[in-house]
Design a protein around this ligand. Structure first.
Ligand SMILES: [Zn+2]
Length: 234
């Protein structure tokens, strides 16, 4: 490491990714190169494996394993990053940047409402109605102050113009209860599924009735990964 800074969330925050090829060995006139992935942090350019180890350690010593699991689950559900990236790395990157404390983060309200509702008690939240959906939703004051006339719609996620919404306490409760995915079951079969943010949840169907053995193997593997990372709700 290039300096003696302490290992903290701030010094482990990823500023940008780095990659570098290095010489493994020389075979006669040929040079054999390897390629390593890294990240630039306050501690300097760290190899990805080393950064992951330090970040995991910090999560543990800070007793924030649950928060890490929540970020991982969030990341897997929202699938908002590059598809070739590792969910664990993405979750750690979000964790090191303490994104859950940033009122400008698009996920600030839904993430904290689900995992850390007490945070929202002291947040500055306002109700708005966006042009795109015409539905009332909540945003942070910081977001309103930051953007010039447009915000990511709290209902559909698109950038949209908005106006303040007058909400009674009862009306607020009604809307907040809509903030979940609802599955209707009848005769042991899933009949209907409702979701609050169409397009923001990716729904994946695992069809175990397939007759193609190769496809079945792939689906079973996928199911195992999902069982490890997602919460069973039905
Ligand atoms: Zn909208």
């Amino acid at each position: 490491m290039e300096n003696n800074l302490p290992i903290t969330f701030e010094t482990l925050r990823v500023r940008y990714g780095t990659g570098r090829s290095y010489l493994i060995r020389t075979e006669g006139r040929h040079k054999v190169h390897g390629y390593r992935k890294g990240v630039m942090t306050g501690l300097g350019d760290l190899e990805l494996k080393e950064w992951k180890r330090l970040a995991m350690e910090l999560v543990q010593t800070s007793q924030e394993q649950q928060l890490y699991q929540n970020l991982l689950e969030w990341r897997l559900e929202h699938n908002c990053r590059r598809s070739d990236s590792e969910p664990e790395i993405d979750a750690l990157e979000l964790h090191m940047s303490r994104i859950f404390d940033d009122p400008l983060w698009v996920g600030y309200i839904p993430f904290n409402r689900r995992y850390r509702p007490e945070i929202l008690d002291s947040s500055r939240l306002v109700w708005v109605k966006t042009e795109c959906c015409g539905e009332p939703g909540e945003v942070t004051k910081e977001r309103l102050e930051y953007e010039d006339g447009r915000i990511p719609c709290p209902v559909c996620g698109r950038w949209s113009a908005f106006e303040p919404a007058q909400m009674t306490k009862n009306k607020q409760k009604e809307v907040m209860w809509m903030d979940k995915l609802a599955v209707v079951v009848e005769d042991g079969m899933v009949r209907e599924v409702y979701e609050p943010y169409p397009g923001q949840f990716d729904v994946e169907v695992l069809d175990l009735d397939t007759t193609d053995p190769e496809e079945e193997r792939v689906i079973q593997e996928r199911l195992q990964i999902i069982q490890q990372h997602l919460m069973r709700i039905y």
